[in-house]
Design a protein around this ligand. Sequence first.
Ligand code: UT7
Length: 348
Amino acid sequence: MYQSKIAGIGYYVPKNVYTNHDLTRFMDTSDEWIQERTGIQERRFADRYAETTTTMAIEAAKIAIERAKTTAQDIDFIVFATLSPDYYFPGCGVLLQREMGMHEIGALDVRNQCSGFVYALSVADQFIKTGMYKNILVVGSEKHSFAMDFETRSRNMSVIFGDGAGAVVLQPTQEKGKGILSTHLHSDGADAEILAMYYPGAHANKWMKDKPPFPDQELGGLFLTTEQLESGAALPYMDGPAVFKKAIVKFPEVIKEALSTHSFTEQDIDLLIPHQANFRISQYVQKLLGLDDNQVFNNIQKYGNTTAASVPIALCEAWEAGRIKDGNLICLAAFGSGFTWASALIRW
Ligand code: UT7
């Protein structure tokens, strides 16, 4: 059985910075409210036309591949996590394969929202462990801005999310005790609809606010009327406080599960990289686990919540800043829509 290690890592964020003050041009909000409730100061939004979830992923992937001292042609599998794909189908994995000129390798898209990257890493880890693949590209990328509503009615969501991408290359390692020690994946669909985008799903009309979209049709009809679109019927929905309450329970739970699997304690963690959902959530988790400030990495202040991209972007920034050293114990943890939550323990 092989062990997998992160051989290369990269991230990309668009150059367009939107501060909290900038958002007050579009909706009734304030820098004070956003900073106090979320810790966010600014976020990046992709170019509306030139950049997509796939193009951002490619930029991050190029860096990860170069740092892994390999080439796009040597990648033998792709796992792509996103909730904001370029198309409803096919997924972004094949688009990345095409644009990077890779061989006809397998490309898998993961639909696990905020915990998508940790799920994707876990999938890749299993393929490396069994010896099936030797160079897997794992990506988390999001272009949230394309589907976000910048009117006051959606301000609880639109001030939180940002765009960006992160990527790693996983390879087998011979070094004993190094690399991904374990991953831990969970879900509970009981509250699937409280953080969701129903349209254009096959069951959308059950949940969309406003009237059911296709009352007069016997069959088919995926398109909304202009009135329905304008009323915001198809916008993403989030019950923020309910998500918050669940997150502060499941984050510590899945981190402790990872630690106890290896008989580690909280004090053994050199760096915790939590999914950047809300700075208050990170602080709560830090306090509950009794971690010092230097044991937790946060960058939500600069990028907001980039969903599947947030963990690899934070991991890469922490590594570039020298916060991750050879032999360190790194814990990745995420929670989000589904609900799904996950952790990974890595000996760097
Ligand atoms: O990535 C994983 C998934 N997502 C999350 O983990 C998000 C978890 N939830 C949260 O981070 C927080 O619930 C939010 C940041 C979304 C909201 O913060 P909150 O402290 O839970 O606020 P709230 O939704 O309870 O709203 C409090 C008030 C409301 O006004 P009233 O009814 O008290 O008059 C909202 O209308 O704040 C209002 N509000 C805003 N005011 C200014 C909501 N959004 C905004 C805004 N600016 N952007």
